[in-house]
Design a protein around this ligand. Sequence first.
Ligand code: NAG
Ligand code: NAG
Length: 553
Amino acid sequence: MMMVRLNMKLALAALCAVALLLMLYWAHCTDDRHKPIGAAAPAAERFVAIECSINGEYSVACRRDADQLYLPFSFIKKYFEVYGKLTTVNGVERFEWSHSYSKVYHPKKTYDPRGTFTTFENYNVEVRDRVKCISGVEGVPVSTQWDPKGFFYPTQIAQFGLAHYSKNITEPEPRVKILEDGDKISQNWIISKDAVMSREFDPELKMKVLSFATTDHASSQVWLKLDIAQDFVLTMDLLLKPNSSMTVVLQNKDKKETVYLHYVFNNQLISALDDHIFYGVGEESAWRRVTRDLIVDMQKGWQLLDRPKRKSPRNKFKISSIILRGSGSLGSAQLATSAHTAHFYAAARWLVRSQRPNGGWPVPARRRVAPHVPDLTPGWHSAMSQGHGISVLARAHYRSGDAAFLRAARRALRVLRLPSGAGGVRAVFMDKHVWYEEYPTTPPLFVLNGFIYTLLGLYDLHAIAGDRDAKHMFDDGMASLKALLPLFDTGSGSFYDLRHFTLGVSPNIARWDYHATHVNQLYLLAGLDPDPILLSTAKRWENYMSGKRAAHN
Ligand SMILES: *[C@@H]1O[C@H](CO)[C@@H](O)[C@H](O)[C@H]1NC(C)=O
Ligand SMILES: *[C@@H]1O[C@H](CO)[C@@H](O)[C@H](O)[C@H]1NC(C)=O
């Protein structure tokens, strides 16, 4: 996948202009042996300027002190792609050098498909810039990665589901405030003069619901005054008639800034005008359960308005009211700190609903993968989408017992068997080793991380439902992985794919966060398969991240 960036903070924090010579304050003093170390002549006198010619191509200003030479860290950082920052430990400043900006997570226990998906509890898919917003109709993210208009990207939707499934396991229980439960708990809604509101039994929801009707007049409304901080995930049963809306008003605690989140009867994805942000929740006057992370909805509105990202709005805003306009009904309603299960099932249900008869989740955007390779045209399949989709559906089946999830997961295998040239994702390396392609180009690329994620999907389906086809496909894939893994080893890192072999172009070296993903994936697989190549490769590759390269001759 082309989108995970772990620990970019470290990379950003890396300093550009720290001169190493400052660290040598304590250096041996050659001109005056009687003075204590460090109290010698001022640095300016000790370190003389000297030109360093770099490979005879350009020059860098360096310093010399007797027989020692010092290069500026800004140069070293760029030349060797290393990272460093000044820190203070116990009041003493020091410089911390790091070879890579990424981190490896050592699995604490053997991977279990009923548990977290790898380390996805750390993922926050919805806050990524390339997520336009969470669709008001579907409840899943909309990607702008390869198309600014936005499209449903199955890999991203599945990652959203897997992240929330994982967070449901690792995070504390949500705090829940019930606003309306159709029975004992209800609020004092304020009805403007020309509006009406009633409570009656709804045969479909089988509970008392609140029905409202206002006039076209701007001040005509039914509303609820609130003062709630922290619990920003709103879940409600909502039925809107045409031209109606439910608005949540958020207010900044300090600055009296007001933001209006309008959930309206239409199919529009998102729009924003000043402090008004609009999400369409569909054009059907039927009950729907809406689950919205209000802070995410507010941030995506700001993103659309090109406003700068703000730090921790979750601590700065509160919910000040809910306004109903037009006509419709409201069943149960609650506010909570999180609703991971609802987000997870939104992804799982989207996967079931949008799956094609051939089991695929086509990607509706054009994708340029590599120079000299024809673009993948809208409708292409990705083994990673299929694999991640299976991982979501297997878990949804496990949690709910609903066979529809399992059927969809099994159907998804079909695309993995179809060759890349025939609309599928299957490639064969040197006529021998089967590979599930994240990007099914011709010629093939053999992307490593997407392939391993696909294997995990197969493993999940077999482990949860005992699916034998999935087991065979997993075994075939593992055999390929073990055979081809050495080809991904650069001696100091890993290759993202094998384009240097299949296209005869310059190799595509995995940047550190992808390399770390490879290492994480190999440690996980090493817990499932005792073949020593998995663990030994994981360890060697992890060592590359602290600069320990393979030996040379
Ligand atoms: C996890 O999901 C279960 C089942 O929906 C729910 O009862 C529990 O509160 C959830 N916990 C968290 C942390 O989301
Ligand atoms: C919705 O609003 C539009 C324009 O404001 C109006 O023309 C239309 O009649 C309204 N529809 C209903 C069902 O109220």
